[in-house]
Every structure is written in structure tokens, then in C-alpha cells.
Design a protein around this ligand. Structure first.
Ligand code: NAD
Length: 331
């Protein structure tokens, strides 16, 4: 099994090379560049390509992969909305993903964003570096005794619910399915969650139902001074409506690990660029907003789990018995 690994970052290579000795049946060649119409030709002669969450594996790319007899697309992430699955199916290309790697990693990042915006850590850090030791503008609230509203209580949402419960918050939740692992959580409808929550954290997938689940109507139902955190997918929130809400002083803080239009920026150093999107630039201009660049997953434990599952996926496919639960598109 020969794999061409696209869009390699130093942390990817380090974690893959750590466990690679256990997979001598697999050869991995690393490329810094991501897959694109210009770089797909490099996949000629490989059995599989390995791509990540921001790789654009569109129909054209899939057709090229089929022409080069690539049989497997290995996603080293959970989401697969960036792959033309129907086209892959048409050409008999199997697509495998890593359904879960470390829900704790993302949930801890969600909590970190909530803590940071609440206590203005991002502002305090800059102020003190500039010898400004004044505390004005840095007040927050105690989370203990406040209400956390968790939207989506699957693997990551459940961990976030436990985190919030652990720091003494009351936990209310909204999900079609009630997670029996969260006996302390009170399931409510969405309107009630918006009305009662001091902290709202989004952990549902992006679907037709959840697209812009946070819009102006939802924001208007929320408490004044609410904290909103999104580590799930950008389009769960209408950014234009969020900006309106921020301008109306609805939020004491907003923490975003994901946002609409993030694709151009994710994992890239764009220090010298002028951002084309005024929406992103406007979001970054607010003092009570912290944006991180889709780094919720980025812990050693998560990277290790991603490598392990990706190589297991490759080996199981080569042995003719691909792990069924990890297949997302197949003939
Ligand atoms: P999961 O499938 O375990 O849980 C998702 C939950 O959302 C399920 O309980 C499901 O019933 C619920 N849900 C579905 N539709 C809903 C709706 N309309 N309203 C309320 N709840 C709904 O998924 P997970 O592993 O917990 O991941 C959650 C999300 O986190 C993923 O969809 C992904 O977008 C995101 N994610 C982000 C990062 C990151 O680095 N920031 C990393 C991994 C995953």
C-alpha cells in the first residue's frame, strides 16, 4: 500500500513517523502542498491519497484520481463534506475517515474559549505586555452556578457538558437523542435553551436542519450578556446576524474555532495578505470576540489517534476487509 500524504504540517509528520514502524506494510510519502488540479497528477502510481478537512477533493480531482488508478481516499478527519462522494462512488473509489479521535480535545478547546472570552484573557495578555496593568474592562462572571446550554450532545457535546458540570454549572441541552451518559443534564427545546443559557456551546453537525441555527431570531431570544462558543462548523451561525447581535451588545463574549469563509485561511499563514472577506475582518475587529483557526482537535492525543486510525484504515483496505464503520463512500 503506497499512500501520498497531502498538505503535511510538521505535527502531522511527527505523529505519523512515531507510529509508522508498526506499519511496515505501508509506504507514506509526504507532500507539503494540498491536493488541487495542479498537484493531483503527483498521485499517479499511488494506491491511496491522504487528505484533511480543508482539502478540496472535488469531482474533477476524483476523476483524475480514478484515471491514475488510486483506489482509496483516506480522510485524516471526521468530516467528509469536502469530498465529492457520489463521484468517488461512480469510480469505485473507497473513502474512509476517522470518525472519532479525541472528543476531549475539542471540548477542552470549547471550554478554553469560554474561559478566555469571559475573563478577557486575550486583552489582558496584550495589555500587560504593553505595561498596562489597569483592570478596567476585564471583569467577567463566575461560571459556577450559571447555566450552560449545549446544542448537540454526541461525543464532543457530551464531553463539553461534563466539563461544564465539573465546574459547577447547571447543564441544559438540546438534541434529538437524549444521551443517557448525562444524567445531570436537563433536555429542553431550543427556544428554552436560548432563553435560559449564560453560555451556549454548539456541538451538532452541519446539516440542512442546522444551517444558521444561530440567526438573528435565535440571538434575539438569548439573554443579554450570553457567551457563545462554536467549535463545530462555521455555517451553524449566520455571521452577518452574529455581527448585528454583537453590535447590539447581546454577547459578553464570542469564541469561534470555526466560522463561515474559514476555508481560505484554515492552517495557512496569511500574515502579509489583505483579507478579501470583510466579514472575517469585521469579526476580528470586535474586542469581545476570539477566533482560533480550527484548532480544536490539535492535541498530541488526538493526532496520535488520527494516525493510528488512518493507517489501520489503509491496512484493512489493503487486506480486502476495510473497517466498515470508517467507510463514508463506496461502491
Ligand atoms: P457526534 O455525531 O458524536 O454528535 C453530534 C450530535 O449532534 C448527535 O448527538 C446528534 O444527534 C446531534 N444533532 C444532529 N442534528 C441535530 C440538530 N438538528 N439539533 C441538535 N442536535 C443535533 O459528533 P461529534 O464527534 O460530537 O462532533 C460534533 C461536531 O464537531 C462535528 O459535526 C464537527 O463538525 C465538529 N468537529 C470540530 C472539530 C474542531 O477541530 N473544531 C473537530 C472534530 C469535530
Amino acid at each position: 500500500m503506497k499512500i501520498l500524504f497531502y498538505d503535511t504540517k510538521p505535527y502531522d509528520r511527527e505523529s505519523f513517523e512515531k507510529i509508522k514502524p508498526q506499519y511496515n506494510d505501508i509506504t507514506v510519502d509526504f507532500l507539503k502542498t494540498d491536493i488541487s488540479h495542479r498537484t493531483v497528477d503527483l498521485a499517479k502510481g499511488y494506491d491511496a491519497v491522504c487528505v484533511f478537512v480543508a482539502s478540496d477533493v472535488n469531482e474533477h480531482i476524483v476523476r483524475k484520481l480514478a484515471e491514475y488508478k488510486v483506489k482509496l481516499i483516506l480522510l485524516r478527519c471526521a468530516g467528509y463534506n469536502n469530498v465529492a462522494l457520489a463521484e468517488a462512488k461512480k469510480h469505485g473509489i473507497t473513502v474512509m475517515h476517522v470518525p472519532a479521535y479525541s472528543p476531549e480535545a475539542v471540548a477542552e478547546h470549547a471550554l478554553a474559549l469560554a474561559f478566555a472570552v469571559n475573563r478577557h484573557i486575550h486583552k489582558a495578555y496584550i495589555k500587560v505586555r504593553e505595561n498596562n496593568f489597569s483592570l478596567i474592562g476585564l471583569s467577567g462572571v463566575n461560571f459556577r452556578g450559571k447555566t450552560a446550554g449545549i446544542i448537540g450532545t454526541g461525543k464532543i457535546g457530551a464531553m463539553m457538558a461534563k466539563n461544564c458540570h465539573g465546574i459547577g454549572m447547571k447543564v441544559i441541552a438540546y438534541d434529538k437523542y437524549h444521551n443517557p451518559d448525562l444524567p445531570f443534564a436537563e433536555y429542553v427545546d431550543l427556544d428554552e435553551l436560548f432563553r435560559r443559557s449564560d453560555l451556549i456551546s454548539l456541538h451538532c453537525p452541519l446539516t440542512e436542519d442546522t444551517y444558521h441555527i444561530i440567526d438573528l431570531e435565535a440571538i434575539e431570544k438569548m439573554k443579554n450578556g450570553v457567551i457563545l462558543v462554536n467549535t463545530s462548523r462555521g455555517a451553524l451561525i449566520s455571521t452577518e446576524d452574529l455581527i448585528k447581535g454583537i453590535r447590539q451588545y447581546k454577547f459578553s463574549g464570542v469564541g469561534l474555532d470555526v466560522y463561515e469563509e474559514e476555508m481560505e485561511n484554515v492552517f495557512e499563514n496569511r500574515e502579509d495578505d489583505i483579507l478579501e472577506s470583510s466579514v472575517t475582518a469585521r469579526l476580528l475587529s470586535f474586542p469581545n470576540v476570539i477566533v482560533t483557526s480550527h484548532q480544536g482537535f490539535l492535541t498530541e492525543e488526538a493526532l496520535e489517534a488520527i494516525c493510528e486510525t488512518t493507517l489501520q484504515n489503509a491496512r484493512s483496505f489493503a487486506n480486502g476487509e476495510p473497517i466498515k464503520g470508517n467507510i463514508v463512500g463506496r461502491q
